[in-house]
Structure formats: C-alpha cells, structure tokens
Design a protein around this ligand. Structure first.
Ligand code: SAH
Ligand code: MG
Length: 214
C-alpha cells in the first residue's frame, strides 16, 4: 500500500477526475520556464475551482493573484459565452506569462489582467458591475484587506474563495499568518457563510475557504 500522504491522494484523485489537458499542462510548463514560482493550484484544486464555478454559474469573475494564469484558466472555463473575468497581478512579468497562457487556452478576449498592487486595483473598481465569484490568491498578508475591499464588489449570493487557507499556523494556537487571520475575519463576518475545505497538493495538505455572501 502507498503511504497515506496528501501527494498520493492527489495522484489518485487527479488520475480519476483532474487529468490536465494540453492548455493546463502548457500553462504549468510555461510558468516554470518563465522563472515564476511553482505555487499554482494543484490539478485537483484547479478542478475543484472549476466545478464550484460551474455551480455558481458566474457571468463575472474576479481573481486576485494571477501568477501564470493556471487557476484563471480553470475558472474561465466555467464562464458562459459573453462572460468576463478580471485578474489582478502585481508583477508585469507574471502578467505577461499569464496572457500568453490564457491566449493559448482560448481566453484572450474574455480574461483581462490588470497589473499593479491588488488593493489599488480594487479601490479603482467601485463603479464596476458586481462580480458573481471572487477568488483570492495573492500575497497572504493582504488577504484580510482583499476581503474588505472585494466583498462590496461581490453580489448577494455570490461565491468567495480563499486559497492557501490551511497554513501550518492553524496547528498552533498562538501561530499567526495572513490566511489564518483571513479565516478568522471570514468566520466573524455577518455577511458570509463559510466552510474550509482541505485540498491536496503535491507538497502536502492545504485549504480552500469557500464562502457564500448572504
Ligand atoms: N492564482 C494563481 C497563483 C497565484 S500566486 C494560480 O493558482 O495559478 C500569487 C500571485 O500574487 C503572484 O503572481 C504574485 O506576484 C501576486 N501578488 C503578490 N502580491 C500582490 C499584490 N499586492 N497585488 C497583486 N498581486 C500580487
Ligand atoms: Mg494559492
């Protein structure tokens, strides 16, 4: 029997339900080749994002933290024709790699990447049409600010997803991390109903905080 490790579970679940196709494989390969860190969602978490987005039927998606566009492709695949996604990214090189990957995946016209500090981009978005789905996955210390800034942009009944929300710090009562603070803020928010879902990664266990806005 294989050891009961997250990576072995990841391999099993991915083999059944989350085989990466050409677009996802080349997005991952290009991200690495471009010198970007290998911190995109795993194949199984990407599929989870896609299935959740299918259920939410979003016309407008907001992503915070693009990297090479892997998770953006997973989410954009749930958009209906005419749907639109905006992804916020600080690093112009990351944005450039992501644009190439999104173009190749067929989303060149439907996904817009806005370059700059996400908090500034969010502040400039107050007049925009509300979003049906928000995915937070940028710098972890910014999560609580991103929650505060993006919640008014999410429609009532909309889906809010927070990645990397099961950091080691949750195992230590005194432990601190940006995503642990995000979990606490979401739990305390009267506007949200939430549950933290464990996800497998090649290097261990992590979490996706799934929240619905009242
Ligand atoms: N969602 C991606 C992974 C994102 S990694 C995926 O799963 O495929 C986190 C990204 O957030 C990095 O590309 C990093 O450059 C970006 N980032 C870091 N600080 C940021 C900030 N202040 N504003 C916007 N993006 C930021
Ligand atoms: Mg992440």
């Amino acid at each position: 029997m294989n050891a009961k490790t997250p990576e072995n579970y990841e391999r099993y679940v991915a083999g059944l339900f989350a085989r990466e196709d050409e677009a996802l494989l080349s997005a991952r390969a290009d991200t690495t080749a471009g010198g970007l860190p290998e911190i995109a969602v795993s194949a199984t978490e990407g599929k989870l994002l896609y299935v959740l987005a299918r259920l939410a039927r979003p016309r407008r998606i907001l992503e915070i933290g693009t990297l090479g566009g892997y998770s953006a492709i997973c989410l954009a695949r749930a958009l209906p024709p005419g749907g639109r996604m905006i992804s916020l990214e600080l690093d112009p090189h990351h944005a450039e790699v992501a644009r190439g990957n999104l173009l190749r995946a067929g989303f060149g016209d439907r996904v817009e990447i806005r370059v700059g500090p996400a908090l500034e981009s969010l502040a400039a978005m107050s007049g925009e049409e509300p979003f049906d789905l928000v995915f937070i996955d940028a710098d972890k210390d910014g999560y609580v600010d991103y929650l505060r800034a993006s919640l008014p942009l999410l429609r009532s009944g909309g889906l809010l997803l927070g990645d990397n929300t099961l950091p080691d710090a949750v195992l230590d009562e005194a432990g601190d991390s940006g995503t642990k603070r995000y979990n606490a803020a979401a739990a305390a928010s009267p506007e949200l109903e939430s549950i933290l879902v464990p996800v497998f990664r090649r290097d261990g266990l992590d979490g996706l905080l799934v929240s619905v806005k009242r």
